[in-house]
Design a protein around this ligand. Structure first.
Ligand code: BGC
Length: 716
């Protein structure tokens, strides 16, 4: 790609100041069509004659940079004039910022750099290519510093800085690939919900929603006046600004004004926040001059679900916001503190609901490309993709399993076999990794794992859990073999080895771990079809939940499966009781505490308003939002059919509960819209079902296959 262009960088070091690379072009003939292809080391914004090129925010996105760097191509025909200036501002972005909390350093040591080509087709049929080379110039931009965790410092007075020469870099072009993922875009704009002064006197704007993006503002000021804004997620118990959970991330926007009326918004970084505190501002603050702009990958919303319970509806909205906040080119754990990484475990548990809520096929395909690029030779999948931390090459159960679970789920939801074809070797690699590193054959023992991360079953606040890590790991080993077999079967391959392996693993698990100790262990044994004694195990799980006051005590691993394990084994009502529980710990507890997205911890904000820990306490961490797939898959009952992926056929098995008077869910599939609605009717239930394809509908215990259409059913 970009065969004419040369990589260019600043000739002298700019330190933290973002450079603008510039060229002026003159066209001798009328232009028919023009396409600009660009990428950078850092993140860039391009302008032609002062107008922004495209809508991509934080281009070129985040990939496994050592091996893959996306090139964006924009149609710029309408922006060009006979003489045109092309200016590209490059800031640190993910490649040059300090990333990761304990090993703070730029993970990809390099210089700001740019490469690009403008292909022009004239009306007479001739063509020209203008490419980055030594003829370009660069200058210091007004962006005096800008990075991912800390935010930015912008000096609006810095306009006519001197033009300086560029230097051509000897940097490979082999890593360049065409844009694969969805573009990151400005997706929603929110107005302030409240303007308050805290007991400490801090001036705070509340946007009423925890989101990822930035604020825009306008003001009238004198040159040299300053605006300083910090971003944060919650007010503390006393109602003051609380930023401790951002750890070392400063998440600050500092702006030095020029003279007159002006407006500003960040262009090269992002923040996770619900509130801003305005530490410095010239004159009176007018909250109406501020807007919050939510930024994420440009995914189409594909589902909706409303029930008669406003608390459940808020939970569903929170799950959606969890995805909006964390699907910013890669699936991140959280968008605010000094982390914001592509944690595989989080993505794995959230994957199914993610594919329901939004069209994520392109998003995941690109992330899978990074996963393949980062996978170790022994098949191990790093904890975070793109990989930036944990130089020791171990790979936790449930986290590395993103390598098998996510491709399979994306295939089921969208039906694209090409995804499985591309991932199949990588999926097999996962099995190889486990087989090589386990201590005991047919189990996965003796390795390091996160376990049921953040569970509550040790009876104290910790990220560790009481569930046995070797048990969890072995269950995931069996599941990996099962999914490789399923994927192989879909691709027409001989999968007898993996089927046999799965059987041997399950047998050995049952010999080694004949009893289960925690809610998580029970849920895994049931959900993954490990135990031959389902009825007994389900009864024991139900008993544990009831004895715990109808509360869960599971973490990242057990939580996604808990309601499924209960409802699939005769305890639907109890599963609903957990969903509708609003005392701690539960999903609705956070809703009751005012959450507008999903929290990392069940006790993110405790009953008394205190927080569980400053070190690990994100208020926008989608993992527990995995419960959304129970709401769509069991309560509404909309499910994929393995032999007809992509909803070429659909299974609809709604499960009402008398504590809700109605539920209406829709899902836009590749084949059209599925609707599942139920409502209380006289002394039973009335169901309205719409299917765009042949569907197997199970209502009130009776199953019927129906062709596409809209149907009414009734049950007691
Ligand atoms: C992240 C999690 C992640 C975990 C793994 C945390 O720091 O925020 O979401 O899965 O580490 O241990």
């Amino acid at each position: 790609m970009l065969s004419f262009a040369k990589w260019i960088a600043t000739a002298e070091a700019f330190g933290s100041v973002a450079p603008v690379f510039e060229t002026t072009l003159t066209f001798s003939k009328p232009i028919q069509k023009a396409a600009l292809s660009l990428t950078s080391v850092g993140v860039y914004v391009a302008e032609i004659n002062g107008k922004r090129v495209g809508e991509y925010v934080l281009a070129p996105g985040w990939t496994a940079y050592q091996k893959r760097l996306q090139v964006q191509t924009y149609d710029v025909t309408d922006l060009l004039e006979q003489t045109s200036t092309l200016a590209v501002t490059v800031a640190k972005g993910w490649q040059l910022s300090h990333l990761a909390w304990y090993d703070h350093h730029p993970y990809y040591p390099a210089d700001y750099a740019l490469i690009g080509e403008l292909h022009v087709q004239y009306t007479d049929g001739s063509e020209d290519v203008f490419a980055t080379d030594e003829s370009w110039s660069c200058r210091r931009s007004a962006l005096l510093d800008c990075e991912i965790y800390d935010g930015e410092l912008y000096d609006a007075r810095m306009t006519d800085t001197p033009r300086l020469p560029v230097r051509v870099l000897d940097k490979t072009k082999d890593i360049l690939i065409p844009q694969e993922g969805e573009e990151i875009r400005e997706m929603l704009t929110l107005t302030p919900k409240a303007f308050l002064t805290t007991p400490k006197g801090e001036k705070v704007i509340d946007f009423g929603q925890n989101l990822t993006g930035y604020v825009s503002f306008s003001l009238n000021a004198k040159a040299g006046d300053t605006v300083k804004i910090r971003h944060f997620e919650i007010l503390d118990r006393e109602g003051n600004v609380y930023t401790e959970n951002y750890r070392s991330a400063k998440a600050t926007l500092s702006y030095i004004c020029r003279d007159g009326l002006q407006s500003y918004k960040p262009t090269h970084t992002f923040y996770g926040f619900r509130y801003i505190v305005i530490d410095e501002f010239p004159g009176e603050i007018d909250p109406d001059a501020f807007l919050a702009i939510a930024v994420h990958s440009n995914m189409k919303k594909t589902s909706s679900c409303v029930t008669s319970d406003p608390r459940v509806n808020r939970l569903i909205e929170n799950i959606e916001w969890g995805q909006r906040g964390n699907f910013l080119d890669i699936p991140t754990d959280c968008p605010q503190r000094d982390e914001r990484l592509g944690w595989t475990g989080d993505a794995q548990v959230f994957c199914r609901i993610a594919t329901y809520q939004f069209d994520t096929e392109r998003f995941f395909k690109k992330w899978f490309g990074d996963m393949r690029a980062e996978q170790w030779e022994n098949g191990g999948i790093p904890h975070v993709i793109p990989f930036i931390i944990f130089q020791d090459k171990h790979c936790s159960a449930a986290w590395g399993d993103a390598g098998v679970i996510c491709p399979w789920q994306v295939y089921l939801t969208y039906g694209n076999k090409e995804i499985l074809e591309k991932q199949f070797e990588s999926m097999k690699g996962r099995i190889n990794y486990i087989s090589v590193c386990t201590k005991d054959e047919y189990l996965w023992t003796g390795c390091q794992h996160f376990g049921d991360w953040c569970a509550l079953d040790l009876g104290k606040e910790t990220t560790d859990s009481a569930s046995r890590k070797d048990f969890i790991a072995s269950v995931y080993y069996a599941n990996a073999a099962r999914l490789v077999a399923k994927a192989g079967k879909a691709l027409g391959k001989d999968v007898s080895y993996y089927l046999e392996l799965e059987k041997k693993i399950i047998d050995k698990i049952n010999l080694t771990f004949p009893t289960y100790h925690t809610q998580c262990e029970h849920a895994l044994a049931l959900y993954f079809d490990i135990t031959p004694n389902k009825a007994e195990v389900a009864a024991a799980l139900a008993d544990m939940v009831v004895k715990n006051g109808i509360h869960l005590d599971t973490g990242f691993v057990g939580t996604p499966y808990l309601l499924h394990a209960l409802s699939e084994n005769g305890y639907l009502e109890l599963a609903y009781s957990l969903l509708l529980q609003d005392t701690y710990p539960s999903w609705l507890f956070s809703v009751k505490q005012g959450a507008t997205t999903i929290w990392e911890h069940w006790d993110g904000i405790k009953e008394d308003g205190t927080v569980w820990s400053a070190g690990m306490n994100s208020y926008n961490h989608y993992a527990y939002g995995a419960v959304g797939d129970w709401i769509y898959g069991v309560a509404a009952g909309i499910r994929t059919v393995e032999d007809a992926p992509g909803f070429a056929k659909v299974e609809i098995a709604p499960h009402p509960d008398k504590r809700l008077t109605y539920l209406t869910a829709t899902l836009d599939t590749r084949h059209g819209k599925v609707l599942s609605h139920w409502e209380r009717f006289e002394d039973g239930w009335r169901y309205e079902i719409e299917t765009p394809v042949e569907a197997t509908v199970t209502v009130g215990g009776k199953t019927k296959t129906v062709p596409k259409g809209r149907y009414l059913f009734y049950s007691k």
